[in-house]
Every structure is written in structure tokens, then in C-alpha cells.
Design a protein. Structure first.
Length: 397
């Protein structure tokens, strides 16, 4: 009898998307669903970016260089300079979204059986990437009471074994919105030097920091061979469907290895590279407006959440996510109940249960992630739904 591979069986379902059938069923019943479950911005993709694709003029849609168009990589060098990152175009490999950058990094740096340490809660799809690469996530727990600050370095030390090869961070963080401080980044630097580890840094939300400044892993000195930056245009320019990212490192041997994976998949998407290249020409103040909008949304959602009875939400320093602790028995059950059994004025809200963002079994049972990617009016309506739901939920604690 034919069987599915162990890898296929181990591949986890997305905690962000697994409730989609329930949302679709709710909509078929005439219920308005406010989607706070997924980081899909409602801010329009810049016209300049879309026009570059619409007005592209060529007779053959060719493969690009496996590392991405040279013109795009050279323009990215200029972009990175504006955020204090000094690289050359041949230290950049364009990928099919940030997801492929993460997967290429894992595949090129880690062997089956190796371990990566990740502060939890973490971006749920890291679980899928480690399954694909045959490696193991070893979580080190941060907590909502501290706002999900970096766990003490001593906690990392306890997790390090002969199989440990890397530490993975997301900064600003998805799902918590936490922005790592300079002191925390310097502490991680000393740790990777001490144990000769890779530091994978997912910086998809670099532009969205509300208090404080983002310290990139690429800003750290003396660890050029250890640091691997994973990047994407998806959130930066509200271009999630473009599927264009980048892997950036100064480690020449690693670049050579990643290039072989890049060649095996031939090339990244051509039209989206055109879009990404055009985006670099946006005016320098482009992010002022988008960041201000996200900050106002953050301020509103955090205020509304913390005004609810027995709800706690720390103030996230970046990205566009917030984690909240609710007075509920089981986040997975609650989030499904919101879609199946609850509505307020024919409206409900879709959230992401936090259990899927933890690697430690049993954690996150009372927590949810909210993506504040809707306008202020819709956020208020979604919070009205949530507040009413918490008043009548059968599993309220």
C-alpha cells in the first residue's frame, strides 16, 4: 500500500490558515468576518510598483540569473545602505519570498538531525521549514508578562548541545511584535561567537518599528561568517503575492552552497523582481505614512484589548502583530467557536490561536495573535465582537 512520507506526515498545518474553512462557512451564512488572523496588509501596493510590472515591455519572459537580476541586486545594495547594512550585490541572492530564503539557509547550513534554537513563540512556518530540512527546533521560552523580551542567555546555554548549529530570531518579531534591544543583540553575538553558531535573522518587518530602533544582525561586527539575513518585500511594500525575498550574508562558502539550491529551482519570479526593483525608487518618506498608520492601529488595538475584563496585551514595539492573553480555556477551541457559533450583529472576528506559535506542548492555551492589518473602523468593530464574545463564551475562565 502506498504511504505518505514521514516528512509529509510531520509537516504541520498552519495555525494561521487552518481555520479558513470555518471562516468560509461563516461567510456563506452571511456573517461578516474581520480577519485579524493573518498578516495581509490592506494598505495598497504602491502604484509605482504595480506600474513597473504593467508597463514592462519584453517579448520573452525569460529565466533570470539564479541569484536574481543583477540590476535588482545592485539597487538593493543602495537600499541596505540606507538602513546601515554594508553589502555588495554578490552577497545577495534573490529568493521566492522570504520563505525560500529561510529554507535555503537551513538546507545549506544544517544537516539532518541538527538543532536550531528559537525563542518562542515564533513564526509558525519555521516548523515547516525545519521538517523540510530534517532538523529540530529547540524552543527557549519568552513570556507575555515581560512583553516577550529575549530570554536570559543562561536559558539558551541550557539548550545548547553538540547538535546545536544555529539560533533563529525574527526582529521585529512575528508573532509578538517585540523589538530586540541593542543589548539583547550584543548578547546573542557573544553567544554565537562562544559556541560557533549561525545566527539566522528574519527581518521582514524592519521598516515598522514604533519605539526604539531596529538593530539588524548585519550591524553586529566580527561575526560576518555567522550571520544570515532573511528578507522579503512582502510586508514592506504590501506585496505579499509577489513572492520576492532575499538571503544576504558575507559568508562566501555559504553563498556558494545557497547558489546551488538557487540553481536547482532555476530562478526567482521575473515580474516580481521588476516590482521589487521599482519599489526601491519610492521616495524616502514613503514609510513615514505607512508606519504612522500601523502605529495608530497598534495603539487602538492594544488600548481596546487592555480595556477588556481580564485581558492583557503588552505593547509591541514593531511589526504589525499583538499577542493577547484572554480569560479562556483553550485558544484553539475559542477561535473556532468565534467562527462556528458566535456572531454579534452578524459579524465576528478571526484570530490565530497562539498554540501554533509555541514549540513547547501546552503553552499558548490562553493566548491569541492579532494582526492589526485592518483600518481603524474595522479594528474597532472587530474588538466590539471580541469583547461581546468573551462575555458569553462558555469556556471563559
Amino acid at each position: 500500500m502506498l504511504q505518505i512520507s514521514q516528512r509529509g506526515q510531520l509537516m504541520p498545518a498552519s495555525p494561521i490558515r487552518k481555520l479558513v474553512p470555518y471562516a468560509e462557512a461563516a461567510k456563506q451564512r452571511g456573517i461578516k468576518v474581520y480577519h485579524l488572523n493573518i498578516g495581509q496588509p490592506d494598505i495598497e501596493t504602491p502604484k509605482l510598483v504595480l506600474d513597473a510590472v504593467r508597463n514592462s515591455n519584453f517579448k520573452v519572459l525569460e529565466y533570470s540569473h539564479s541569484a536574481g537580476n543583477e540590476s535588482y541586486r545592485k539597487k538593493l545594495v543602495g537600499y541596505y545602505k540606507t538602513v546601515g547594512i554594508d553589502v555588495t550585490y554578490d552577497q545577495i541572492i534573490i529568493t521566492t519570498g522570504g520563505s525560500e530564503a529561510i529554507l535555503f539557509g537551513f538546507m545549506a547550513c544544517l544537516d539532518p538531525g541538527d538543532e536550531v534554537i528559537i525563542p518562542e513563540p515564533f513564526y509558525a512556518n519555521y516548523n515547516g521549514f525545519v521538517v523540510a530540512a530534517g532538523v529540530t527546533v529547540v524552543p527557549v521560552t519568552s513570556n507575555i508578562e515581560s512583553g516577550f523580551a529575549l530570554p536570559a542567555i543562561a536559558e539558551f546555554e541550557k539548550k545548547i548541545t553538540a547538535k546545536t548549529k544555529a539560533i533563529v530570531i525574527c526582529n521585529p518579531n512575528n508573532p509578538t511584535g517585540y523589538l530586540y534591544t541593542e543589548a539583547e543583540m550584543l548578547a546573542l553575538k557573544q553567544l554565537i561567537i562562544k559556541h560557533d553558531l549561525y545566527l539566522f535573522s528574519d527581518e521582514a518587518y524592519r521598516e515598522f518599528c514604533y519605539e526604539g530602533k531596529q538593530i539588524s544582525a548585519m550591524h553586529l561586527t566580527g561575526v560576518d561568517d555567522n550571520v544570515v539575513l532573511m528578507d522579503t518585500i512582502s510586508k514592506r511594500y504590501s506585496a505579499c503575492g509577489g513572492r520576492i525575498g532575499a538571503l544576504v550574508t558575507k559568508n562566501k562558502s555559504l553563498l556558494d552552497a545557497v547558489m546551488k539550491f538557487a540553481q536547482a529551482r532555476l530562478s526567482p519570479p521575473s515580474f516580481a523582481q521588476i516590482a521589487g526593483e521599482a519599489a526601491i525608487d519610492l521616495p524616502s518618506n514613503y514609510f513615514d505614512t505607512t508606519k504612522a498608520e500601523y502605529k495608530s492601529r497598534r495603539d487602538l488595538i492594544v488600548k481596546r484589548l487592555n480595556s477588556m475584563d481580564k485581558v492583557f496585551c503588552p505593547n509591541p514595539g514593531g511589526a504589525f502583530y499583538a499577542m493577547a492573553k484572554l480569560p479562556i480555556d483553550d485558544a484553539d477551541v475559542f477561535c473556532q467557536w468565534l467562527l462556528e457559533d458566535f456572531n454579534y450583529n452578524d459579524q465576528t472576528v478571526m484570530l490565530a490561536p497562539a498554540t501554533g506559535f509555541y514549540g513547547t506542548e501546552g503553552l499558548g492555551k490562553q493566548e491569541v495573535r492579532l494582526a492589526y492589518v485592518l483600518n481603524l473602523d474595522d479594528i474597532n468593530k472587530a474588538m466590539d465582537c471580541l469583547e461581546k464574545a468573551l462575555q458569553v463564551y462558555p469556556g471563559k475562565k
